[in-house]
Design a protein around this ligand. Sequence first.
Ligand SMILES: Nc1nc2c(c(=O)[nH]1)N[C@H]1C(S)=C(S)[C@@H](COP(=O)(O)O)O[C@H]1N2
Ligand SMILES: [Mo]
Length: 314
Amino acid sequence: MIKPSEITSESDYLKRRDFIKKSAILVGAAWSGGLSLPASAKSPDYANDFPGLIKTPYGKGEKLTSFKDITTYNNFYEFGTDKKDPARTAVNFKTDPWSITVEGEANKTGTFHLEDIIKHAQIEERIYRFRCVEAWSMVVPWVGFSLAEMLKRFEPTSKAKYVAFETLYDPQQMPGQRRRVLDWPYRDGLRMDEAMNPLCFMATGIYGQHMPNQNGAPIRLVVPWKYGFKNIKSIVKIKFTEHQPVCTWNVTSAKEYGFYSNVNPHVDHPRWSQASERVLGAKFWEPKTKTRMFNGYASQVAHLYKGMDLTRFF
Ligand SMILES: Nc1nc2c(c(=O)[nH]1)N[C@H]1C(S)=C(S)[C@@H](COP(=O)(O)O)O[C@H]1N2
Ligand SMILES: [Mo]
């Protein structure tokens, strides 16, 4: 719980966010100009945009993927289909102010300012392995808060069996949406018990910094045991539903992308193997890494799929 004294007013928060953005630019300039950084900064990429950030034991000892690799090799089709596109075309994406509309089977629905959602949350750093369906992976120090803790505050009703998420639709700002590459807006969803699993995370940053635009600013989902595409970016809508929601990749190609999309080395993608992965930043001569069941999180999530045939419910 956050003490009332620690809760800043919305305008203070906005001012601070603006200040942090400006000082981040200054630090960046100083660094590229060759000036020395304080000795306490382990990596020049590590920032302190989130005062009071709680460091958790998640992913302790994992070798982090570099900030550069995480922010220049992206999938964010709203900003282009090439991995290099989003870093370039999302620079001016406006993510402040931002609000999220909550709909459907819940008592507390409506449109909420992101600041109001964040100020009730316990902001943590969690290091999670992240694996794309395209068989590459990375290890990311995410900043954010528990999805379950947030969803509970909207008081979902007993009819809420699923929760659906939607990305912003704004072709003015998102050049990729001017073409029908996907059925916009990007959508995805989880079964309620999956969403309430403590591993699910609403991420607002990486490396102690506010979320870079190309990684899904200002807020995106992280479900570490599922393939990357379930980790929907730049969320503007959350809807509690009785029936399984429509998911973008599933409607694009149901044979290739199922609703569950749990990382599973035993179930191949129809066009390639899922048994191993290339860790971003690894040298080309280094062997691929074996993919683990549920991306290594089986002890925490396997029970959710007990009795289900995972070759059918992939
Ligand atoms: N809105 C939206 N969310 C998205 C995507 C996208 O194209 N649009 N791509 C997904 C895919 S396929 C992956 S692998 C991850 C990539 O996240 P990253 O760029 O932060 O590594 O975002 C997912 N979320
Ligand atoms: Mo992906």
